[in-house]
Design a protein around this ligand. Structure first.
Ligand code: PEP
Length: 255
């Protein structure tokens, strides 16, 4: 049984004080939610404080990125052991904003995935095609390559991993993929994982949809058989909005 994840990616938003205010607001709003995990991904600067505030609660935390070495002369970078130290359980890797604006490659993403797993952290590996690639009929091929390269030489035995399918054209645009198209790609990703790793692994891995998810469309996505939750940017910045998404997701899971 895959417990769905509703993860909020705050991107470059919120100071420490604003992050803690959010946590204090969302904790009671989500206290009764069962069967859906809520995960917050604050900016690096707020991780430690948020991690402290979330200790012993029902909400988990992830970072938005990581570097692959444990320590060394890498000015400005943050390692998996450092993330662990803040109370993070997850780290997003390969987000399209990093792939496109910061020129992160599949090889970088692969190193990040491996280093997280080695440290006992869960990667949230983002994959997704651009509008141009979809219109050219290449969406599946692009996602397949991102998966193959991102998970190259990864030993998934006994490890945990989350995949987020985020079509680039749907991120922050207000234009979400249809739930049928998202299911089609996510079903395809699961098939690919079964072929590359094993059926057991493919059935265990949570695959999220991301791209303009809001309270008014989460139920459509959650009703699809292979969609195990959502990675949410804009609509995760207000506690009431993220809590409402989690409540509606729970309604589908328990309904
Ligand atoms: C994201 O940043 O991963 C994302 C899906 O953003 P938004 O929900 O704003 O489209």
């Amino acid at each position: 049984m895959r417990i769905p994840i509703i993860a909020g990616n705050w991107k470059m938003h919120k100071t420490v004080a604003q992050s803690l205010e959010f946590v204090d607001e969302i904790l009671p709003l989500t206290a009764e939610i069962k069967g859906v995990k809520v995960v917050l991904c604050p900016p690096f600067t707020a991780l430690y404080s948020v991690g402290q505030r979330l200790q012993g609660t029902h909400i988990e935390m992830g970072a938005q990125d990581v570097f692959w070495a444990d320590e060394g002369a890498y000015t400005g970078e943050i390692s998996p052991p450092m993330l662990k130290d803040t109370g993070s359980k997850y780290a997003i890797v390969g987000h399209s904003e990093r792939r496109h604006q910061l020129k992160e490659t599949d090889e970088d993403v692969n190193q990040k995935v491996k280093s997280l797993l080695q440290a006992g952290l869960w990667p949230i590996l983002c994959v997704g095609e651009t509008l141009e690639q979809r219109q050219a009929g290449n969406a599946r091929q692009v996602v397949k390559e991102q998966l193959e390269e991102g998970l190259k030489d990864v030993d998934t035995t006994g490890t945990d991993l989350v995949i987020a399918y985020e079509p680039v054209w749907a991120i922050g645009t207000g234009v979400n993929a249809s739930s049928e198209d998202a299911q089609d790609m996510i079903g395809f990703i699961r098939q690919e994982l079964a072929g590359k790793f094993s059926q057991e692994m493919a059935e265990r891995v949570r695959i999220l949809y991301g791209g303009s998810v809001k309270a008014n469309n989460i139920e459509e996505f959650m009703s699809q058989p292979d969609i195990d939750g959502a990675l949410i940017g804009g609509a995760s910045l207000q506690a009431e909005s993220l809590a409402e998404i989690a409540r509606r997701a729970e309604g589908i899971v328990n309904g």
